[in-house]
Design a protein around this ligand. Structure first.
Ligand code: F6R
Length: 586
């Protein structure tokens, strides 16, 4: 949520380097963009505009240092004034996060000169106020002021700061991600790796309450509370530049759907030792909870069925934002399983932090390795899906399901059997996804694209997939879509069915088919997604029979359908309105 990026180097093109990097972070927010450069005379110049950064062509003056931001609006509407960077006196700042007590400080500072409605400008104001009290302003004083100001901030932040008269860039974090990339003679700091991946894959992850100062190749990490210097280990990330690019594909979303030809097999490519360690964490617990949000939450709901059926373990599934109501049950014997693509989702992070304080054991499945959630966990299982840049989660969801399915088999002491099933699932998915299949689904999309409502039903692990299907269709096509447990329809929702209402029926089991028949009797247009054709289906999208892992295969045609519904409606499926990829605010 909001992308931030900084570079300090020897070349004089820092502005365009930051602009290019921000374009790669656009999935984190696309309400407005802005870049601040330190010109060669030392002055800081800010350019910012409302709108998506992807189409921006901007010429910057010569500069060796720059910071920039692509915004997902939280405090204050989508206006140029609210766009970052914010400059107060000699201080320029970009920020990703939420400064919860900013109103208190806005009053205290009593500056009528604040230009925006943002919380971020107040941080700039606080920094400037404490800097002007210093006798001289050098790197040491700036670092001191940042420490003082950050001590006052309640909430989550990742900030990048440039100060007139002091070369170099300062960054600090608590709760929002910041990653440093080490180039040869230049250094980058970003909220996500794709911003600088084409330049370097050697990174250092900032932890909470850490700060870093960069100037060209010089890097100095310190503790944000004490100022003590901190040593960091260089880490080589395995993501490849091509994986983070859309290449010939029209959108990231369809590229990432097709990536599932490989990613499912990759997700289960873990050694038994790690899987058994994760299974042990569950076995030694007395009570377990999945916590996750959105699509990852629907994945966890599917996994609840996997564990019930495969290893006979009951795991509670709670949306992370609701988990505080159940915290009284969390103790030293509890296992909390976090499922998160980004590994940065604020609602999940908060529950894990609180759970850890109560002694719970944390197991995390994330795609972004070394994300905050991954680092907080006692055991971490990476899902290895590669960068997922479309806002709508597709390949991460199927990788999470595959890995959780395998974990359920590890829990029952039958890893090899689980792997066998998943390998054949991965192979049949590889066969399934091809341009002909996509075209078949596009034609179905054309038939239903004009309908304002769409319903989806499924049973067992296909029930959460009905909920997930609704999320996919709503978020990219803006068509109202709702998922139900198939057996629940006749308890109310069936009243919504009219002549021609499109209904997706996930699965071809007898009971589901009966429910489809009930819908058809009320005039519904039935699109069946199942291994076998059924008479009740008006359209049939075939999926392979996956022996218990059916949820993984079944969601893929829905992802393709959602994509084409969006494209047919003239929308950009990669950047749906009001959304951002990584939700780092509560
Ligand atoms: C929907 C979607 C979101 C995320 C949710 C959690 O397509 O992507 O619902 O699943 O915001 O994000 P992560 O998995 O990063 O914790």
């Amino acid at each position: 949520m909001c992308g931030i990026f900084a570079v300090s180097g020897q070349e004089k093109n820092a502005g365009s380097v930051v602009l290019r990097g921000l374009k790669k972070l656009e999935y984190r927010g696309y309400d407005s963009w802005g870049v601040a450069i330190r010109n060669l005379s030392g002055g800081i110049e800010v350019d910012k505009e409302v709108g998506k950064i992807s189409s921006v062509q901007h010429k910057f003056g010569s500069a060796k240092e720059a910071i920039g931001h692509t915004r997902w609006a939280t405090h204050g509407g989508v206006t140029k004034k609210n766009a970052h960077p914010h400059k107060v006196g000699g201080v320029t700042i970009v920020h990703n996060g939420i400064f919860e007590n900013y109103q208190v400080w806005k009053k205290k500072l009593n500056k009528n000169s604040f230009q925006s409605e943002t919380d971020t400008e107040i941080i700039a104001g606080m920094l400037e106020t404490s800097l002007v009290k210093k006798k001289e302003i050098t790197k040491k004083e700036v670092a001191e002021c940042i420490r003082e100001v950050c001590a006052e901030i309640q909430g989550r932040f990742g900030i990048l700061v440039m100060v007139e008269g002091v070369s170099g860039i300062f960054a600090a974090r608590r709760g929002s991600p910041l990653i440093l990339g080490r180039g040869k003679k230049e250094t980058y700091i970003a909220s996500d790796i794709p911003a600088f991946l084409e330049k370097t894959n050697t990174v250092n992850y900032l932890d909470d309450d850490e700060m870093v100062y960069i100037q060209e190749g010089k890097v100095e990490f310190s503790n944000l509370k004490t100022g003590a210097l901190v040593k960091k280990r260089d880490i080589k990330v395995s993501w490849k530049t091509e994986e983070a690019e859309k290449g010939e594909w029209p959108h990231f979303m369809i590229k990432e759907i097709f990536d599932q030809k490989d990613t499912i097999a990759r997700a289960i490519n873990h050694d038994d030792k790690l899987l058994n360690k994760a299974a042990k964490l569950l076995q030694s617990a007395n009570g377990a909870y999945f916590v996750a949000c959105g699509t990852a939450h629907k994945v966890a709901m599917a996994a609840e069925y996997f564990f019930t059926e495969i290893s006979g373990r009951k795991i509670n599934v709670v949306p992370a934002s609701e988990m505080t109501s159940f915290e009284k049950f969390v103790n030293k014997k509890t296992a909390i399983i976090a499922v998160s693509q980004s590994g940065e989702t604020a609602d999940v992070l908060e529950i894990l932090e609180r759970g850890k304080k109560r002694g719970a054991k944390i197991l995390a499945l994330t795609n972004v390795e070394s994300s905050s959630i991954a680092r907080l966990a006692h055991v971490h299982l990476p899902i290895k899906a590669g960068p997922e840049k479309a806002v709508a989660s597709t390949k991460a969801a199927t990788s999470q399901m595959a890995l959780l399915f395998l974990l359920a088999f590890a829990d029952s002491g039958q890893i090899n059997f689980g792997r066998f099933i998943l390998r054949s699932t991965a192979e049949s998915i590889n066969d399934l996804i091809n341009p002909r299949y996509e075209e078949r689904i596009r034609r179905v999309a054309k038939k239903i694209v004009k309908h304002p409502n769409l319903f989806i039903i499924g049973r067992k692990s296909l029930y959460p997939m009905a909920l997930e299907s609704a999320i996919k269709i709503q978020e990219v096509s803006y068509i109202h879509a709702q998922g139900f447990a198939a057996g629940e329809l006749k308890h109310g929702p069936i009243a919504l069915i009219e002549k021609g209402t499109p209904c997706l029926v996930l699965g071809g089991g007898q009971e589901t088919v009966s429910n489809a028949t009930e819908l058809k009797a009320r005039g519904a247009f039935i699109i069946g997604i199942s291994p076998n054709r059924q008479d009740v289906f008006d359209e049939w999208l075939k999926v392979p029979d996956c022996n218990g892992a059916q949820a993984i295969a079944t969601i893929i045609p829905v992802q393709i359908l959602a994509y084409h519904l969006a494209v047919l409606r003239g929308l950009d499926p990669d950047m749906p309105r009001n959304l951002a990829k990584s939700v780092t605010v509560k």
